[in-house]
Design a protein around this ligand. Structure first.
Ligand code: 13P
Ligand code: SF4
Length: 368
């Protein structure tokens, strides 16, 4: 049951990194040095050496586009080896990033889990800022880079550490769960984190009658529909998922009654009610792999359908294409800049990182 909904009167802008970047963020460039920018030419040798990578995305990226991507792909893969770097990419990254340069891909929970196992000195996070912060929180000794510091998230921007402290004053003793789509400063103020993969399990793990759940009001409503725990929610929303409507899904279904619809729990409740399945991005991908529907709508960020279509060419994807503008700030050109110039380094105040680590690790250590 959803008890209360709190939040700012107006949504907050998502124009820059959610937290101020401390001075001295070019320490990585001083530590590892800057490399020469590789030549980016489309030659027969580049074509030959990248042909196996193009094969992975040939059904979703037209051949005419590959000569623009291939020189970057080759240069990034070579520089990764030279730098001993690993690229972590979220399921929403575009197919040429997700399939051709990433070492580890997944949803927020998988990326957080994998970040704890990384052996390389340098992590390049292809996703949004809170994901890069999570990697840094879990790897304080490693250098974590994000190709564009402005890759924010409307959920992370909707709440501050001060907001959490005020909620705690208002509801003394009520435990606080934060979706990982929050800044390190917010993670430092809460009892435990969750992702869309494990939100119900995390809420129930606290053994409390009532829980404060932030910042996504729709994920909170979804959790409230799946548990007896009473939920006090924050009024944040994902600017991508809140745009889907139940009406548009009904039109798709009326046109094809056999169509399958699966939705991310950041969608509004009436959208979830129209869906055959609800789950995190990784759970949605697994659902398509296991059920192999003829036609499907994935009610989530648009690039994910491209990545699943590249893997499962026999499934037809109907696409209401809502793109996340923050995820789309990450491009091959900026990933290459990251590896050449060692930018942009993710820096977190060590005291905040230590407190945030407790909340993230408590989630990761929960038994499945
Ligand atoms: P997942 O944890 O399901 O990958 O979701 C992250 C996200 O930002 C969805 O918009
Ligand atoms: Fe944030 Fe929504 Fe973009 Fe995910 S899709 S990163 S929740 S704005």
């Amino acid at each position: 049951m959803l008890l209360e909904l709190h939040g700012p009167a107006k949504s907050r802008p998502v124009t820059a990194a959610p937290v101020p970047v401390p001075q001295g963020s070019s320490a990585a460039a001083r530590k590892y040095g800057v490399l020469p920018m590789p030549k980016l030419e489309w030659t027969p040798a580049v074509e030959r050496e990248t042909a196996h990578l193009y094969k992975r995305i040939a059904t979703v990226v037209p051949a005419v586009e590959w000569p623009f991507f291939a020189p970057y792909v080759k240069a990034i893969n070579e520089l990764k080896r030279k730098r001993n770097a690993v690229i972590l990419a979220h399921n929403y990254q575009t197919p040429e990033i997700f399939n051709c340069v990433a070492d580890i891909v997944g949803d927020s929970l998988q990326l957080a889990r994998e970040a704890t196992k990384v052996k390389s000195d340098i992590i390049v996070q292809c996703g949004v800022h809170f994901m890069a912060e999570t990697s840094k929180i879990l790897n304080p000794e490693k250098t974590v880079l994000i190709p564009d510091l402005r890759a924010g998230c409307s959920l992370a921007a909707s709440i501050t550490g001060e907001d959490v402290r005020l909620l705690r004053d208002q509801y003394p003793g009520v435990p606080v769960v934060a979706y990982v789509n929050t800044s390190a400063e917010v993670k430092a103020e809460v009892d435990i984190c969750c992702t869309s993969s494990n939100a119900v399990q995390v809420v129930e793990s606290l053994g409390a009658e009532t829980v404060i759940f932030l910042p996504d009001q729709y994920l909170a409503k979804y959790v409230a529909s799946q548990t007896k725990v009473k939920i006090i929610a924050w009024k944040g929303a994902c600017e991508v998922h809140e745009r889907f409507t139940a009406d548009e899904l009904r039109v798709y279904r009326d046109n094809d009654p056999n169509l399958k619809i699966i939705a991310h729990p950041e969608c509004p409740p009436d959208v979830i009610a129209e869906s055959d399945f609800t789950g995190s991005t990784a759970h949605m991908i697994d659902w398509v792999r296991n059920n192999k529907p003829k036609r499907i709508v994935m009610v989530t960020e648009c690039s994910m359908a491209d990545n699943v279509a590249a893997e499962l060419p026999d499934v037809e994807f109907v696409r209401p294409c809502n793109l996340c503008p923050h995820m789309k700030r990450i491009t091959l050109a900026k990933i290459l800049d990251s590896l050449v110039y060692m930018k942009e380094e993710v820096v977190i105040d060590p005291a905040i990182a230590a407190k945030a680590r407790r909340s993230v690790e408590r989630m990761i250590n929960l038994k499945n």
